[in-house]
Design a protein around this ligand. Structure first.
Ligand code: MCA
Ligand code: AMP
Length: 503
């Protein structure tokens, strides 16, 4: 472990050291018509970093805004771990995350009304000056790279769903952030000249670490769309953006729009790199985009706990249906059912579970030593739970998941158990089981199987969707509800989800 761990953001350190230099004038962040250069970002984030430097953990109200990007940069400059919160989280989910991560303060944009679950926390406003001239750092000392930081210092705690129970907080150290971003730079030839466009949420690894911290580590810039829309993609790629990040649902919507939108096709054709991740991009969408634009989307594969593991390389063959090869520094193996016997075959057929090792991995699940221990093999490999085959040249194809109780919808990982628990709290629900079923837009959609308390007046799909959205989050709401007389159970009383089918 190097004691001289380099600053996470060299371009920011340079802008701070030389506020009048050319580096400080370079664009860093743009959200709509608001933007910050590196000099402005350093001047804005440094006083905030100084203000929060003594905090324990810092909750960040992670709206898709400039404020969130500034706040997370400030926490990283201060060396205090940030806990990004989904601003659409419901009371139960938010309550869990706040009590589990125990932040000492919350950072939010001025004027934002925070929910009662955050009322007990000290609130600090994220003050970002209006666009335009750089505002001088007000009396704050330089805080880029404070002493006492090590590569293992936690950078972020990101909550991620498991099969049962509430989400777990993955503790992501600075070492993992730096190494994953540098490995992607190698794979994608990603430089400070790149301009990224995306409309991903900022409370997950994809949108926040790859989509905001990635460009900043390279000294390049990001233009965030606020919310994903194909018109925004067209505009930014036509006006100098070079890369697009998205989840498969976004590329699906692009593929659907392309036949009637020649400007979108032209804009995508100009991009240097179109990257999809968080779930599998169906080959049909790959093909439709390639046909309309002449460009191939490349996929990379990661997890909240591991950050990025594999990618199709910019200088490699973009093969639809694969997630490419292990990134530099990442050890990847596949194992048989027992979880330890290695699958050696590179035949495109033999299925094994992907296990990974390397500096890109998280440290632990916060407050969950048993869950952390269970996630690793005895010899230190992280069990991803993803099932895959390998082509003869090492390209990885993900073919499924070990756990059937994990659903990927719109690129969000959602545990069936947490939705079942929320549904059971509804007075109209006696029993509940949740499954995922294929959905062209979302990849998978959440389906609830309900035994109503009163069969004469079962709760409607809207009512149950609202109930789950209010307690957990809107993206966890069931899209389909089936009312049934009883859940199919085996002799042990266990619900047999495979028997849940409808005509
Ligand atoms: C609808 N809405 C509701 C309700 N119904 N709100 C409250 N109660 C209800 N009952 C609202 C939604 O909040 C949303 O609001 C709007 O209606 C539309 O909702 P919906 O149709 O569900 O979603 P969408 O807007 O069409 O979203 C599709 C999406 C989204 C944009 C693709 O799923 C998305 O952003 N996915 C990204 C997920 C992601 O980043 N995953 C990364 C994690 P409003 O319009 O205001 O929003 S994975 C990861 O990080 C790993 C490391 C990796 O590999 O990347
Ligand atoms: P999350 O826990 O939200 O970080 O999601 C991680 C999971 O997303 C992985 O375990 C995979 O199942 C899935 N995933 C991420 N990227 C891809 C991809 N390119 N193709 C298929 N699945 C993916």
């Amino acid at each position: 472990m190097s004691p001289h761990f380099p600053a996470l953001f060299p371009a920011l350190a340079e802008a701070q050291a030389d506020p009048d230099g050319p580096g400080a004038q370079r664009p860093a962040l743009r959200f709509g018509d608001r933007s910050l250069t590196y000099g402005e970002l350093a001047a804005t984030a440094s006083p905030l970093a100084a203000r929060v430097a003594e905090a324990g953990r810092i909750a960040v109200w992670a709206t898709p805004t400039l404020e969130t990007a500034v706040a997370v940069v400030a926490t990283l400059l201060a060396g205090v771990p940030a806990v990004p919160l989904n601003p659409k989280s419901g009371e139960s989910e938010l309550g869990h995350i706040v009590s589990d991560s125990a932040p000492t303060l919350v950072l939010a944009a001025p004027g934002t009304q925070l929910p009662p679950a955050l009322a007990a926390l000290e609130r600090v406003d994220i003050n970002v000056p209006g666009t335009g001239a750089a505002s001088p750092a007000t009396g704050a000392p330089a805080t880029v790279g404070p002493s006492g930081l090590t590569p293992e210092t936690p950078a972020l705690v990101v909550y991620t769903s498991g099969t049962t129970g509430p989400p777990k907080g993955a503790v992501i150290p600075r070492r993992a952030v730096a190494t994953t971003l540098d490995a992607l730079a190698d794979a994608w030839q990603w430089t400070g000249d790149d301009v990224l466009v995306h409309g991903l949420p900022l409370f997950h690894v994809h949108g926040l670490i790859l989509g905001i911290l990635g460009p900043l580590r390279r000294g390049g810039s990001v233009r965030h769309l606020g919310r994903f829309e194909t018109a925004g993609v067209t505009r930014e790629l036509s006006e100098g953006a070079t890369m697009l990040f998205g989840v498969p649902t976004m590329y699906h919507r692009i593929a659907e729009t392309l036949p009637d939108d020649p400007a979108l096709a032209k804009a995508l054709a100009r991009a240097r790199l179109l990257v999809s991740g968080s779930a599998a991009l169906p080959v049909h969408d790959h093909e439709r985009i390639a046909e309309a634009t002449g460009r191939r989307v490349i996929e990379r594969y990661g997890m909240t706990e591991t950050l990025m593991n594999t990618s199709v390389r910019a200088d490699g063959e973009p093969r639809a249906g694969t997630v490419g090869v292990p990134l530099p520094g990442v050890e990847l193996r596949m194992t048989e059912e027992d979880g330890t016997t290695a699958v050696e075959a590179y035949d495109g057929e033999t299925v094994g579970e992907i296990q990974v090792r390397g500096p890109n991995l998280f440290t632990e699940y916060l407050n969950r030593p048993e869950a952390t221990a269970a996630a690793f093999t005895e010899d230190g490999w992280f069990r991803t739970g993803d099932m895959a085959v390998r082509d003869p040249d090492g390209y990885v194809r993900i073919v499924g998941r070990k756990a059937t109780d994990l659903i990927k919808s719109g690129g969000y990982k959602i545990g069936a158990g947490e939705i079942e628990n929320a549904l059971l709290e509804h007075p109209g629900v006696r029993e509940a089981a949740v499954t995922g079923e294929p959905d062209a837009d979302l990849g998978e959609r959440i389906v609830a199987w309900i035994v109503p308390a009163d069969p004469q007046s079962p709760p409607s799909v809207d009512e149950l969707a609202d109930h789950v959205a209010r307690r957990l989050a809107p993206h966890k709401r069931p899209r389909v509800v089936h009312h049934i007389d009883a859940l199919p159970r085996n002799d042990m009383g266990k619900i047999m989800k495979r028997a849940l089918t409808h005509d």
